[in-house]
Ligand binder design. Structure first.
Ligand SMILES: [Ca+2]
Length: 432
């Protein structure tokens, strides 16, 4: 039989009294005191565990005599960095090493102990590494960090669990972009690098991905003389570089929008979103408006036209063929009430150099995501540059079939209104 020293018995008794333990004072219930703590062989021979393993101890612990009534158990680990045991007797393997677990039963200091050895949990090996893309580009000005581990496919030796073996990431030029142990890439300057991912131990082929850190070099085309200087087009006698034609002629007369074929290329923004009355000085700004099929707006009656097959379009004649790979739209306000009068996409964009024979450049271009802001109560006035396949034509035609391109979120107004429309060519630059 093992007993604590008298000093320790006293300490336990004080601790028990201090926390209202259910351990009765010796002899107050009966005289059947615990005389021996008996460990199953499972425990007595010592436990060998892996970090994270959990064992419930009480089922493996008995005491003598069997009719003892004061049988409260207490547990003690002499190294809680290796293993801990809670009040319910649940042992948890914490870290690599050896420790001794002591089990006390009753108030007499009777105990037994057993050794525990904890080993590091064996990692689940990596069996393959592959990036899901061959290359990826990040805009320097717009990227704080990028998680490349999310682009990494990691094969596991386990059928049911992910590999836990470490992946070692390496950048071919950390001055351009560094990468940390979690695969988080941080761009620092323009350039191109290769990131390699290797398994820490397993002999598998490393994965590589080419990373470009770029800035945009943007050429936006002037629509009238002075446009590049931020001027507004003159009301009379302007030197227009662009010309617009449209499927509707005349255009709907929407109050206060000063609608015309130059309204979306004149540098004049809408001042008052509620509109009012059109005016010769264009003091409320201008917006190019097309009546929505199925509606009767501003003198254009399309109420009998199909909302699925009627074709609306506008064509921009740039007067010479130009490389274009983006457009951008400025809307009449950020107010959610004006979302009704927006475009959310184009069914097709076509190009031509003679103005009559058009070739499809892109189809089903949606920019609905460029309209709604995070909170959903206001909307972006101006979209970002919306990328389209690069083309080089003099005429670009923007086609809207039925109402599919009118108004996001299923909302459609009597017209769709573009305050300003821009096009240009942008390319990624990887060197200063
Ligand atoms: Ca305008």
């Amino acid at each position: 039989m093992k007993r604590l020293s008298a000093y320790l018995i006293a300490a336990i008794a004080i601790a028990a009294a201090g926390c209202d333990s259910n351990i009765p004072e010796t002899g107050t219930i009966n005289n059947a005191l615990v005389s021996e703590v008996v460990l199953d062989d499972f425990l007595a021979s010592g436990l060998t565990l892996e970090t994270g393993d959990v064992v419930s101890l009480p089922q493996y612990i008995k005491y003598l005599p069997e009719d003892a009534t004061n049988t409260a158990q207490q547990y003690e680990s002499d190294n809680t960095a290796v293993a801990t045991v809670d009040d319910a007797g649940t042992l948890t393997a914490i870290g690599k090493g050896n420790c001794t677990i002591t089990v006390y039963i009753g108030a007499e200091g009777v105990f037994s102990e057993f050794p525990v050895t904890v080993n590091e949990k064996a990692a689940i090996a990596i069996t393959s590494l592959r990036f899901l893309k061959e290359s990826e580009d990040y805009e320097l000005a717009a990227t704080e960090t990028a998680d490349l581990r999310r682009l990494l496919s990691i094969g596991s030796a386990s059928l049911t669990e992910d590999a836990t073996e470490a992946v070692l990431f390496e950048s071919s030029d950390p001055a351009v972009a560094s990468i940390d142990e979690d695969g988080i890439l941080t761009p620092h300057k323009l350039g191109k690098i290769t990131v390699t991912a290797k398994a820490a131990v397993s002999q598998v082929n490393p994965a590589t991905i080419d990373i470009g850190i770029y800035k945009w070099n943007i050429t936006e085309y002037e629509r009238f003389e002075g446009d590049a200087n931020g001027e507004q087009a003159a009301i009379e006698g302007e030197n227009w570089y662009w010309e617009v034609t449209a499927s509707q002629n005349p255009l709907p007369d929407v109050d206060g929008r000063n609608n015309s074929l130059t309204a979306m290329i004149d540098g004049r923004q809408i001042v008052e979103r509620y509109g009012g009355v059109n005016d010769a000085t264009l003091k409320n700004g201008t917006a190019f408006c097309l009546c929505c099929p199925g509606r009767n707006t501003g003198g254009v009656n399309l109420s009998g036209e199909s909302t699925t097959t009627y074709e609306s379009w506008f064509t921009i004649n740039m007067k010479q063929s130009k490389k274009v790979n983006y457009f951008r739209i400025s809307n009449i306000s950020t107010h959610n009430g004006d979302v009704l009068v927006r475009y959310k996409g184009f069914t097709e964009i076509l190009g031509s150099n003679d103005g009559s024979t058009f070739t499809k450049i892109a189809e089903n271009i949606s920019f609905e995501n460029a309209i709604t802001t995070d909170n959903g109560s206001t909307y972006n006035r101006e979209t970002a540059n919306i990328e389209i396949p690069v083309s080089e034509y003099q005429y670009l035609k923007f086609l809207m079939l039925g109402t599919t391109c009118y108004g996001p979120l299923g909302k459609t107004g009597g017209s769709a209104q573009i305050e300003e429309f821009y096009m240009g060519y942008q390319e990624k630059v990887y060197e200063e």
